[in-house]
Design a protein. Structure first.
Ligand code: NAP
Length: 278
């Protein structure tokens, strides 16, 4: 019998996922007897597929659209997945199917790399968006002790729902409040899909941000979004969506293969080249 451990990304569609390239890099680098595959599974078939994940030959999986809600509800979510209200990673814990959310450490890991010590001087942050990525970003900022987090969203009610979920440090805001909120801010994070290839641009004026502000974007196609280009023109430090993607993959790999992998420059370049081709 083969001892090869395997994980996969489950989605519909999933063939464009960059996760195989990323996890196979680590499998090779750490000389692991492992594999990482793509499984295209419809929403209808998803519950049965994950109920027999081991039978399909897997010790765990990443989950992408349209299964993110089901991935939270069907397995046993850990505290972090429950807090964020979304799961992107599954693993078999002594035969029990568990789910977690790794976008929190993805965002924070990328930020720590781009601007070490950022949290020591950040009392107030502005987060754009109120969907799944935003919940992970807001949770990570609260964990790191940011006291006030303004969440601006096109649909105000969704920003207000984040206050219900995370408490009074979240201040829901309207898009029209942004000029006032950005004034003197030391951390701005885009957690909307604006600026992504095929989506409208994120057009905001960065001139009022503090001179030592860090600008983060969760979007990674293109690599340098309009927001990150504007931050660069203002001489601000920035954290990009590809670094977030790489850092969020670390814990899944460790849960499945038992090795905590390193996010290297070489890995960044490998994935960056793939994105540039797209
Ligand atoms: P989501 O739950 O659908 O949320 C989308 C957010 O974008 C909502 O706040 C939505 O506002 C806002 N939005 C969309 N179109 C807009 C527009 N035209 N004008 C203003 N706001 C708009 O999606 P998600 O899962 O949070 O993903 C958001 C982005 O994060 C995607 O680009 C995704 O690829 C990226 N992401 C990256 C990583 C990474 O590792 N780098 C991880 C997760 C997600 P409304 O509420 O008003 O609709």
């Amino acid at each position: 019998m083969s001892n090869t451990r395997a994980a996969c990304v489950i989605g519909w569609p999933a063939r464009h996922s960059r996760s195989p390239k990323l996890h196979r890099y680590w499998i090779e680098r750490y000389r692991i007897d492992g594999d990482y595959r793509v499984e295209e599974v419809t929403a209808q078939d998803f519950p049965a597929f994950i109920a027999d994940l081991a039978g399909h030959g897997y010790v765990g999986a990443n989950v992408t659209m349209p299964h993110k809600d089901a991935a939270l509800k069907l397995p046993e979510p850990d505290a972090r997945a429950r807090a964020v209200g979304a799961a992107n990673t599954l693993w078999l814990d002594n035969g029990r199917l568990r789910s977690t959310n790794t976008d929190v450490e993805g965002f924070i890991g990328a930020l720590d790399t781009a601007a070490p010590g950022w949290h020591e001087r950040t009392e107030r942050a502005v987060v754009l968006g109120a969907g799944g990525a935003s919940r992970a970003v807001v949770y990570g900022l609260i964990e790191r002790g940011v006291k006030t987090i303004h969440v601006a969203n096109r649909t105000f009610e969704k920003a207000a729902a984040l206050r219900e979920r995370f408490g009074p440090s979240v201040k829901p805001a309207r898009w029209s409040d942004l000029p006032r909120l950005l004034d003197g801010t030391k951390l701005l994070a885009n957690a909307t899909s604006l600026g992504m290839k095929g989506q409208p641009d994120l057009a905001i004026d960065l001139s009022a941000l503090a001179d030592d502000c860090v600008v983060a974007d969760v979007v990674y196609v293109p690599l340098k979004t309009g927001l990150l280009a504007a931050a660069e023109r203002r001489g601000l430090r920035s954290s990009n969506g590809l670094d977030m993607l790489l850092h969020q993959a670390v814990r899944g790999f460790e849960l499945w293969f038992g090795v905590r992998p390193e996010v290297t420059r070489e890995l960044f370049e490998l994935l960056a080249a793939d994105i540039m081709k797209a």
